[in-house]
Write a protein that binds this ligand. Structure first.
Ligand code: UDP
Ligand code: MN
Length: 350
């Protein structure tokens, strides 16, 4: 019954019934989030791929741990005809059925890095939606662009609507007899689409453009923050952002030593500085789309070195936020081996 070929029916009622029998979950059910991610079943062809996957996974585990989310990592193919980026849909569906207690499944591509360990999802904002994707509606509806949204990171509610949209969504995928035809349809609809094969991102844009009245009102395109952000535009800023955060921390430390009693006031002021954009804010998630860290078959418009350096920067930038609690940091974002003790006793209130 877990096969994606057999549609799930009445999931909302079944889930409600389940929750009735598992009352200890009921009270906090509304905001329970399960992060789901994964990778291919076999060894990476690129010799550094599995090392990168380990670091990318560690980053997600750290974020989940800090925010109390559950996380499921999967490297099995739940449908033999749905490999690659299509693999997530049968997996998300199974995760929903296996975890009736979670309200949201948060799909995060393996090649996405949490770069703000403090940022929390604004779930209240998504109350009346079932699917949250990083995207811009003018680029979807006016420009009909392939990159108007990104299907590498999304939140999807554990409900019958989601079962139905995923069924429709994957009807454009490789398990469908019309797979080739869908590739052509998408390519002619989205002029900037690079590949001739039907892909899940194009399929979602297709649903917004052609079946908006059916799905549109439950889909939220988030563009207020980097729910995921394209790595090329973000990784070069990380060194500066890191420096300015350290400067703030040092300022706080000096003030703390002088006026210990006023410390929370200073924190408030300094926090404001960065919230108001005096200091550039950390991106929330950096997504290494096109880098293909596992196969090494990166997009030919940039080099492997650019991908590698970008990933080191992002991973070390994120890990510094974790390590400081343990009293250490990496001073050089490109050097993963060099670790130093923090120059001051780091106050834990920050
Ligand atoms: N993936 C998976 N199982 C597989 C292959 C891929 O779960 O067998 C996932 C993996 O998390 C990967 C995602 O599918 O990050 C999408 O692929 P990719 O990130 O390479 O696509 P891109 O973001 O570069 O377009
Ligand atoms: Mn990706």
């Amino acid at each position: 019954s877990y096969s994606i070929d057999r549609p799930v029916k009445n999931w909302d009622q079944k889930r409600k019934q389940w929750l009735k029998h598992h009352t200890h979950f009921a009270e906090s059910t509304n905001n329970r989030v399960l992060i789901v991610t994964g990778s291919q079943p076999s060894v990476c062809r690129n010799p550094t791929g599995d090392h990168l996957h380990l670091r990318l996974f560690k980053n997600k585990v750290d974020y989940s741990r800090i925010h109390g989310h559950e996380i499921f990592y999967n490297n099995a193919l739940f449908h033999p005809q749905m490999p690659g980026f299509w693999a997530k849909y049968p997996l998300i569906r199974s995760a929903m059925l296996a975890h009736p207690e979670v309200e949201w499944v948060w799909w995060v591509d393996s090649d996405a890095v949490f770069t703000d360990m403090e940022f929390k999802l604004p779930l209240e904002k998504y109350e009346r939606f079932n699917l949250v994707v990083h995207g811009w509606s003018n680029l979807v509806y006016d420009n009909k662009s392939w990159t108007s949204l990104n299907a590498g990171v999304f939140l999807i509610r554990n409900c019958q609507w989601s079962m139905e949209i995923m069924e429709r969504w994957t009807s454009m995928g490789p398990k469908s007899p019309d797979y080739e035809k869908w590739g052509k349809t998408q390519k002619s609809l989205l002029k900037d689409k690079l590949y001739p094969e039907s892909d899940d991102q194009s399929a979602l844009i297709y649903l917004l453009l052609k079946e908006r009245e059916k799905w549109g009102e439950k889909i939220f395109l988030e563009s207020d923050y980097n729910f995921e952000g394209y790595w090329l535009g973000l990784v070069n800023d990380l060194d500066d952002i890191s420096k300015s955060y350290i400067e703030i921390e040092q300022k706080v430390e000096i003030l703390r030593r002088r006026h210990a009693e006023k410390v929370s006031e200073y924190y408030g002021l300094l926090r404001e500085e960065y919230v108001n954009g005096i200091v550039k804010r950390r991106p929330f998630v950096v997504h290494f789309t096109g880098c293909e860290p596992c196969s090494g078959e990166f997009n030919p418009t940039y080099t492997w070195e650019a991908c590698w350096n970008g990933m080191q920067r992002a991973l070390n930038f994120a890990d510094n936020q974790v390590l400081r609690r343990f009293g250490f940091f990496r001073p050089d974002l490109l050097n993963s081996s060099l670790l130093l003790p923090l120059p001051f006793d780091f106050p834990l209130v920050w």
